[in-house]
Ligand binder design. Sequence first.
Ligand SMILES: [Zn+2]
Length: 404
Amino acid sequence: MIAIKPDRLLADLRALAKFGQYKTGVDRIAFSPQDIEARQWLALRYREAGLEASIDRFGTVYGAAPGVDKAILIGSHTDTVPCGGWLDGAMGVIYGLEIARAAREGGGSAIGVDTVNFQDEEGTYLPCLGSRAMIGAVDEAAIAGAQSTDGRKLTDAIAGAGLTGEPRRLDPRRQVAFLEAHIEQGPRLEHSGNKVAIITGIVGIRRLRVVSEGRADHAGTTPMGMRNDALTPLLRLGTFVADRFTELASSDTVWNIGRIEATPGAANVVPSGAQLSLEFRDPDVDLLSQLEKAVADEIARLNVAGARVTSEMTARLAPTPMDGGIADTFERAARDLKFGYERMPSGAGHDAMFLATKIPSGMIFVPSIGGRSHDIAENTRDEDIVAGCQVMARAAELLVRGRA
Ligand SMILES: [Zn+2]
């Protein structure tokens, strides 16, 4: 029996939020002094819970259940974006602590609960550094080359933190499954009124840079029919995307033209060049390809009509499905506890997408008030924080029993 203690869960979560507290949020970017202090505090908490605690040289904190050779691994990350919220990552880490602690208090079993706090999920230096390192998906060259947007090197950050522990590697013979809880960071649960979302997978992402060439001319003296305006084809492409993607999209598809610019960028000069960025996300790889083809066909059509438009794929991330059996287990846990639930994909990346490539992995979300995240306004009601932990604890218990 894994019976979590709500008051203890909330108290630890609030204690963690003191490290790097910034107004109602937290500023705890990876490898900052407050990040390292939080990790050391957590290691102490793991030890107090009777776990074997370690911190590796990347700052990943691991709490291993003693006396078992198999374990369910539960965790997330405590690094934040600059001036971020108090729950993004932190909540999943404290769920791990509380469930590992409650599992030991419940008398333990042949399969234990291990817990983990990954480093730099937010990508100050290298996105999901901790989880990627744990599955062996980051090499020394990537570490040597990684730096923050303001030019600080990852290797200097590691040296500055004074951490020396051997990188913790995943051992699929021990860690039989990975569970991660996270705040939703969007408005869907609040809108539906459900307590938890069971994550079906993490969406794939495609990002395009579309470039258009034209000719600069005086915008007052050159007749409209004699111009070669680089921007107009991209404006047409933008409205095409708005219309055509709406027709092709699933209920989970999202897209964004986040940047559009004309050069030289003056009111009285016909644009000689223009570019836009288009990003789209969906859990279905075939649908992503269909959207990509629609854009390519439209660009070809614009070029036949006289434009000079080219596109380049700047990011292409495959969707990562979560384990179906674990999703069913979460569903049963939510039903046992009589909490409303729904299934949804995650539109954001998480550490679970790397663990999922090696061991069966699953995620749940709890509601975010107003859908706000990556901001000090980020918050979730206490009762929803507790409910999510109860679902995860129940699921861990079912998994342990099912595998024993
Ligand atoms: Zn996060």
